[in-house]
Design a protein around this ligand. Structure first.
Ligand SMILES: Nc1ncnc2c1ncn2[C@@H]1O[C@H](COP(=O)(O)OP(=O)(O)OP(=O)(O)O)[C@@H](O)[C@H]1O
Length: 541
């Protein structure tokens, strides 16, 4: 029999729990992201560059909309050598009060949008602080801030103490500045400026197109200045803050809401904290949930909250109110796609509001474009489908593989609509609007593949594909008719002369009648002219 080797080397002492736990340490959230910066979108030089611009620009747009200001944003980038760049983003928003600046831009998981049930681009309180962290990590330098609110105007430098996720504010001074706004500038390392579909220029262009009320100036590293001008002078209606729907809640949500509630009874707490909970619903809940609805909400424990969540699923609810959603609208989608792709034809759909997780409303809008600059050519001269993804009017340029939009595109049977994404120049655009976008990661580059979201995007694409199919079929039919017309019209001249000779009638009159006959049979004159000039009757305008 062969002896088994000893599991532990006799010379090594076995570690006791005490000796192992001597090394026990707590880490702050900043420490965590310092080690996992890819989770914030800092993976790859070009991607990291866009992440920085994206975080600051979305914040500027949110802040301006919140304050009812038409956004004017200036983005400047200068090459600082060795994959380092100086980046500055300035807006005309409300600014940030001095006493909040450290928390807002140099504390991870702090902000004004957390748990706010209203459609905004930011939602977690991570983005800007993540940029501050990334700047310190890659250059050892703080970022510089200039902020002007209605009451004060100051400048300071900011970095994060990652040990305990606290802000380090230095060089605070008062400045003179007219108008309100925030300017953030800093040097960032491990980034690279690139043009192309996934670069800063394209990101800003697409942002401006889906936010026509904003004006964005961009000075690139070559000192080239681009202005994406405002095309609508009206400030969009402020997104309405709504109460959460019972079916969209988790156990933890109930606990959190109950702890801050001033209500005396669980029944009134439910009615006043959540939407669609009426006294009648409370009666229905009483029948299916074995908790005391008259005790104070502060006494709700985990088991009670779990019982409530289960009870919510047992009764029927009216769907949540979707009036809080701010969508792009069909005409804005057309303008956006026209501007980016200048296609031959666009089909656009705006779907009705739906819910995911049972209670969070969302709306999907989509477009399919063909021809022009639609589709992306591959090296073999085929096409790869060019999918433009947006969430709450923010372009998503990275992590396409894990996105619900990409998944939905894969699920459509394109053949049914005579569309071949690899052989035809086709582009797809999808925008999801919701008070809460379930992103796949904190970097907010792709939407989680929740089944109800994937299905809804698929249905939107099928609506567009159906219309596109109709257009393609008509186009094919027109082409055949045109070719028949062209083959017959060639003989009209000759035939008119022969008929005039045989019948002794006027040749001109015969030619005109014959031409009219052929034209009316095959195609209208207007269509002939348009098709000859390479256009068809159903083009986008
Ligand atoms: N340009 C700005 N003007 C005014 N306030 C701002 C500006 N940028 C950031 N803030 C404030 O700082 C807070 C933190 O911003 P941060 O980007 O870290 O998180 P967020 O936008 O709330 O969420 P997310 O992590 O999803 O982007 C914001 O909630 C907002 O209150």
């Amino acid at each position: 029999m062969i002896a088994m080797p000893p599991i532990n080397n006799a010379n090594e002492t076995v570690g006791s729990a005490d000796s192992i736990f001597n090394k026990f340490k707590e880490h702050s959230i900043s420490e965590f992201f310092k080690k996992n910066k890819q989770m914030l979108g800092y993976s790859g030089l070009a991607h990291s560059m866009v992440t920085i611009v994206h975080e600051y620009v979305t914040n500027s747009l949110d802040a301006c909309e919140e304050a009812g200001i038409l956004p004017e944003i200036t983005v400047s980038i200068k090459d600082a050598g060795e994959n380092k760049y100086w980046i500055s983003i300035e807006d005309n928003g409300p600014g940030i009060p001095k006493k909040y600046i450290g928390k807002a831009l140099a504390t991870i998981l702090a902000g004004t949008k957390f748990n706010s049930y209203k459609q905004q681009r930011g939602q977690q309180g991570i983005g800007a602080a993540g940029c501050t962290l990334f700047s310190s990590m890659t250059t050892g330098k703080p970022i510089h801030i200039e902020s002007t609110t209605l009451n004060e105007s100051y400048a300071c430098d900011l970095s994060i103490n990652t040990i305990d996720n606290t802000p380090v504010v230095s060089n605070m001074s008062d400045i003179n500045h007219s108008g309100t706004g925030l300017k953030v500038e800093g040097v960032f390392g491990e980034i690279k400026y690139e043009r192309g579909d996934r670069g800063v220029y394209e990101y800003l262009k697409r942002t401006a197109l889906v936010n026509p009320h904003c004006q964005i100036a961009f000075i690139d590293p070559e000192s080239e200045k681009y202005i994406f001008t405002r095309s609508i002078n009206a400030i969009p209606k402020k997104p309405k803050e709504v109460k959460p729907h019972p079916l969209g809640l988790s156990i933890n949500d109930i606990i959190e809401f109950s702890q801050v509630s001033q209500e005396k009874k669980i029944s009134t707490f439910l009615q006043n904290s959540f939407t669609r909970v009426s006294p009648k619903k409370i009666e229905e809940l009483r029948k299916v949930c074995n908790i005391d609805f008259d005790k104070p909400p502060s006494e709700i424990n985990w088991d009670d909250a779990e019982m409530l969540i289960n009870a919510f699923k047992k009764i029927d609810w009216i769907a949540p109110d979707a009036s809080s959603l701010s969508i792009l609208g069909k005409s804005q989608i057309k303008t956006t796609v026209l501007n980016i792709l200048n296609p031959e034809y666009i089909s656009v759909t705006e779907r009705k509001p739906k819910v995911f997780y049972g209670g969070i409303p969302f709306i999907i809008e989509s477009a399919i474009a063909i021809g022009g600059n639609a589709g992306k050519k591959t090296e073999d001269n085929d096409y790869t489908s060019n999918i433009m993804r947006f969430a709450n009017k923010v372009p998503l340029l990275f992590d396409a593989g894990s996105c619900a939009i990409t998944e939905a595109v894969k699920k459509v049977s394109w053949k049914r609509y005579d569309i071949d994404l690899e052989k035809q120049p086709v582009s797809i655009m999808v925008n999801m609007s919701s008070i809460y976008i379930p992103y796949s990661g904190v970097g907010k580059e792709s939407i989680q593949q929740d089944q109800s979201i994937v299905n809804e995007i698929k249905f939107a694409l099928m609506d567009c594909a159906r219309e596109m199919h109709h257009y393609l079929k008509n186009k094919e039919r027109d082409k055949i008719e045109m070719s028949k017309y062209k083959s017959i019209i060639k003989y009209v001249d000759h035939l008119s002369s022969d008929l005039a000779f045989i019948t002794d009638m006027d040749r001109g009159m015969i030619k005109e009648k014959l031409s009219t006959l052929v034209e009316s049979h095959y195609i209208k004159k207007k269509d002939i002219e348009e098709t000859d000039s390479g256009e068809s009757g159903e083009q986008v305008i």
